[in-house]
Design a protein around this ligand. Structure first.
Ligand code: ATP
Length: 345
């Protein structure tokens, strides 16, 4: 296969298993985000792809060539880490040209490539600046250019944007994605930020306890989470208990939801429903009634918290569809069956 194949890779540190039997096929040109909570094994998996950590079992291949035993410098990859590690005593141009110089590229070839890369990262004319005089975002771009100087087949980044403030970080996510699409380079980014993953990735790989819980497109992960953990980790969701009543109907918080079914053999489950899919209605017009406990008006969206059936349900509306509700009011909460995703409890 053209691209990266990770085959049954496991990494143990003593008797602790950090990465547990991970298999993943990444087609050439794909942007992958490894996403998950702290300690789930994302960085360890990335380090094995980079050759900085040796798998305890399994193999890793690039374009059909097994590279499990290859040292990092023979893997045809570029890397950016959280700490960036730019050389502080070198200029921007010298930093970017570093790998070219080591490889013995001519001065002219180095200058040409540096100019190309500076144009690519929107910093033309920066070659002679000391890196110590750059802003955080500029430094980030230089680290990216340096990693791409040799046009690697594989581009690996570990939390590359985490040191930036929120606004710059969001802008850089878009920039990084656009750059990757222009170059078509297979890219793997470790992040614990689901919004970042949704912005950039073709393929989001959600990990938990060393294992892959789901690998799919961002929208599929959002709309069809594989389990309650993934549903809760990606975006905001309402996870509500669902049961079968004596008549065989599915009930959520004790209220029957028409047209909803549980997978056979599953008597208890959770239903994940996104706040934007919930409608507030007049009392007795929805699936169940509840009491409004809080309204959070964030300008662009309005969140309404409703206490219903022993749970707090969050509904989100846009200002245009602003629900006319007040704290203390009884409302109906409509759970459309087509928006309910049944997940294992
Ligand atoms: P974070 O987002 O916090 O960086 P992560 O998902 O990247 O987390 P890893 O850094 O891959 O997680 O670590 C996974 C687990 O393996 C953690 O429990 C960590 O303590 C453990 N671990 C990582 N490297 C080593 C090591 N060299 N020796 C022992 N344990 C390690």
């Amino acid at each position: 296969m053209s691209g990266l194949s990770i085959n049954a890779v496991t990494k143990r540190f003593g008797d602790f298993t950090a990465v547990d039997d991970v298999t993943l096929a990444v087609p050439h040109g794909t942007f992958v985000c490894l996403l998950g909570p702290s300690g789930c094994g994302k960085t360890t998996l990335l380090r094995m792809i980079a050759g900085l950590e040796e798998p305890s079992a399994g193999s890793i291949a690039l374009d059909g060539v097994n590279m499990t035993a290859l040292p990092t410098h023979k893997r045809d990859l570029g890397m950016v880490f959280q700490s960036l590690a730019l050389f502080p005593h070198l200029t921007v141009g010298q930093n970017i040209a570093y790998a070219l110089r080591i490889r013995g590229a001519s001065k002219e070839a180095q200058r040409k490539r540096v100019d190309e890369l500076l144009a690519m990262i929107h910093l033309p004319g920066f070659a002679n600046r000391p890196v110590t005089q750059l802003s955080g975002g500029q430094r980030q771009r230089v680290a990216i250019a340096r990693a791409l100087a040799l046009s690697p087949k594989l581009f690996l980044l570990d939390e590359p944007l985490s040191a930036l403030d929120a606004k710059l970080r969001e802008a850089m996510q878009v920039e990084l994605r656009q750059l990757q699409q222009r170059l078509g380079v297979t890219t793997i980014v470790v992040t614990h930020d689901q919004r970042e993953a949704m912005t950039m990735a073709d393929l989001v790989v959600v990990m938990g306890k060393g294992r892959i819980l789901q690998a799919a497109s961002p929208i599929e992960i959002y709309r069809k989470p594989a389990d309650a953990f993934v549903a809760d980790f990606i975006g905001i969701t309402n996870l509500l208990p669902a049961e079968l009543d004596s008549a065989g109907r599915v009930t959520v918080l004790g209220a029957a939801v028409a047209d909803l079914s549980l997978p056979s053999g599953m008597a208890k489950a959770s239903v994940s429903i996104r706040p934007e899919d919930i409608r507030l209605t007049a009392p007795r017009q929805g699936t169940l009634d509840g009491t409004v406990t809080f309204v959070r008006d964030l300008g662009g969206t309005i969140e309404t918290f409703v206490e219903a059936g022993g749970a707090t349900i969050t509904a989100v509306a846009t200002p245009r569809e602003r629900p006319q509700v007040q704290v203390g009011q009884t409302v109906g909460v409509l759970l459309p069956a087509e928006s309910c995703v049944v997940v294992k409890a």
